[in-house]
Design a protein around this ligand. Structure first.
Ligand SMILES: O=P(O)(O)OC[C@H]1O[C@H](OP(=O)(O)OP(=O)(O)O)[C@H](O)[C@@H]1O
Ligand code: HPA
Ligand SMILES: [Mg+2]
Length: 178
């Protein structure tokens, strides 16, 4: 897979540092609360497992599976709910864990869903934020890295379902998708 990567943006060490930094901040901000962590499948699986182990607060973990890219490089514009979360969020402090906020559609869909079910608070911790990609309003409260408007892969982020298991984040060589 390394041969398909034109440029590495964040190394394994950079990622570890970001998870530690975010975990510390979250531990401070959620002290005394019992949040429900909501991991957004599939992309956020790696970031979730790393960041929650730096989060020293009593918390439960749940998952929601939503999909809008269908393996491609552009959002289809429609967010499909593939699998709903299991917990009742009524009155809960929910912390969404995402791999990337790009157009903002996915995040906005999930935040609306949680508030419609009477969540007490909803905050967002994203590994990557791509503000230049925004189509709808969406703001993350905790950000690992801010990325330029480029399609990135690795550490959970896929192209056609592949590259999620790269331990770093990079940009694909054009010949891979052209
Ligand atoms: O801000 P947006 O433009 O909505 O993009 C961000 C979302 O898109 C990707 O998910 P995808 O639909 O590819 O599903 P996946 O996580 O299963 O790969 C990514 O994991 C985020 O959840
Ligand atoms: O840059 C990206 N890479 C992979 N998946 C994505 N989903 C939204 N943006 C991206
Ligand atoms: Mg996703």
């Amino acid at each position: 897979m390394d041969n398909d990567i034109a440029r590495v943006l964040y190394s394994k060490a950079d990622i570890k540092e970001a998870c530690e930094r975010l975990g510390k901040q979250l531990t401070k901000d959620y002290a005394g609360k019992r949040p429900l962590i909501l991991s957004v499948l599939t992309g956020a699986m790696f970031f979730t497992t790393d960041v929650v182990r730096e989060f020293d607060v009593y918390s439960e973990i749940d998952f929601i599976d939503v999909s809008s890219y269908k393996g491609g490089m552009e959002s289809t514009g429609t967010v499909d709910l593939v699998s709903d979360l299991s917990e009742d969020v009524n009155g809960r402090d929910v912390l969404i864990i995402e791999d990337i906020v790009d157009t903002g559609r996915t995040l906005s869909y999930i935040v609306d869903l949680l508030y419609s079910r009477n969540a007490k608070s909803v905050k967002i911790c994203t590994f990557l934020d791509k503000p230049a990609g925004r189509v709808v309003e969406a703001k993350a409260d905790y950000v690992g890295f801010t990325v330029p408007k480029e399609f990135v892969v690795g550490y959970g982020l896929d192209y056609q379902g592949y590259y999620r298991n790269l331990p770093y984040v990079g940009v694909l060589k054009p010949e891979v998708y052209e």
